[in-house]
Ligand binder design. Structure first.
Ligand code: GH3
Ligand code: MG
Ligand code: MG
Ligand code: MG
Ligand code: MG
Length: 315
């Protein structure tokens, strides 16, 4: 039953992906130029290829529009403008946004070598001089959008566990460290639950590696659902962790216990082979200085849970 429901959700997601808007309709481009005629020309070119467009009349205006519209991903800017020039605008944008989140294309009528260099040195990713060929305009724009999307994809893949789609160890450590820093500054404690499947090796031995994989996937989906407001990750093989940034160790521990009970009762429903399994959990709460320290402490408790019979939480 559980699997069927999950599959349905997966299919709904796929369907959405397949029927989603063509790419350009999701790209918001900011056009910055003091000349209304040039702005209109560029906006028309963008509209012809179905890009979403927003306008600004100079650098200062552009910064305001950027702050109000976080989804802008490409900025196309003129150089000569009142209040703030294009190259200064590039410097200001790069102070606020990395070039892996927003691309800047500089455009100017002054076709000098110095200007293209200045644009690039100020943080622009690309440069076009007016008048430009429309095809070149579309190609440069599209390549810059490709670059942003590739970075997004690579980052997602670098942070995701391939088998379970859970946050992986790298992402978990990075995020937890951020939370830890904040908690430490606020003199608050944090909690961590280390979750390990009991006798997982024998599940592999008895049912095969593929069935073992299915168990890992099902458990991961349950974890995501059960702890959707917390940071969850697959730290390794059959080892998972839940990080609690809030200052309520009793509640964190209770929720982990409840989860352990849920798995104990329902694990057989997860797989075709009706594989039953249980979890051992090591729980630690405290004002720790590093994520390594936190994991080390929770690991000691996990070890105790294993040593004293498994299928239990030790805190
Ligand atoms: P314990 O109760 O002490 O935790 O026993 P265990 O068998 O669960 O622990 P052990 O560390 O001895 O074995 C873990 C097993 O997990 C060994 C390894 O083959 C298996 N494993 C690790 N990663 C994967 C995976 O991605 N897929 C599958 N199917 N098995 C995996
Ligand atoms: Mg101008
Ligand atoms: Mg082990
Ligand atoms: Mg194990
Ligand atoms: Mg283990």
């Amino acid at each position: 039953d559980y699997i069927t429901k999950e599959n349905k959700q997966a299919y709904q997601y796929l369907e959405k992906q397949l029927t989603r808007l063509p790419r350009n309709e999701q790209i918001l481009v900011l056009v910055v130029d003091d000349s209304p005629a040039t702005r209109r020309h560029i906006c028309n070119l963008l509209a012809r290829h179905k890009y979403q467009v927003i306008e600004a009349v100079d650098g200062v205006d552009a910064l305001r529009v950027l702050a109000e519209n976080p989804s802008i991903s490409v900025i196309i800017t003129d150089n000569e403008m009142p209040n703030m020039n294009g190259d200064q605008l590039c410097v200001e944008i790069r102070r606020l946004y990395n070039n892996d989140e927003k691309a800047i294309i500089g455009i100017s009528a002054q076709d000098t070598l110095h200007l293209s260099t200045r644009f690039l040195k100020s943080g622009a990713d690309d440069y076009l001089s007016k008048p430009f060929n429309n095809e070149e305009f579309y190609c440069r724009l599209s390549q810059n959008v490709d670059m942003l999307e590739n970075i997004k994809t690579i980052r997602l893949q670098a942070n995701t566990d391939y088998l379970t789609s859970l946050p992986n160890r790298r992402y978990f450590f990075g995020e937890a460290s951020q939370h830890l820093k904040a908690a430490h500054a606020a003199k608050k404690s944090v909690s961590l639950g280390m979750i390990d499947i009991d006798y997982f090796k024998s599940i592999n031995d008895k049912y095969g590696h593929d069935s073992g994989d299915d168990v890992l996937k099902c458990l991961s989906r349950c974890l995501l659902k059960y702890f959707k407001d917390n940071l969850v990750g697959r730290l390794g093989g059959e080892e998972f962790a839940v990080f609690f940034a809030d200052n309520d160790p009793q509640q964190a521990q209770q929720r982990l216990e409840k989860f352990r009970h849920f798995i104990e009762k329902h694990s057989a429903e997860f797989s075709r082979d009706n594989i039953t399994f249980t979890l051992s959990i090591g729980f630690h709460n405290g004002p720790v200085y590093s994520i390594d320290e936190l994991i080390k402490q929770a690991d000691l408790k996990l070890y105790q849970a294993k040593e004293t019979g498994r299928n239990k939480l030790v805190s």
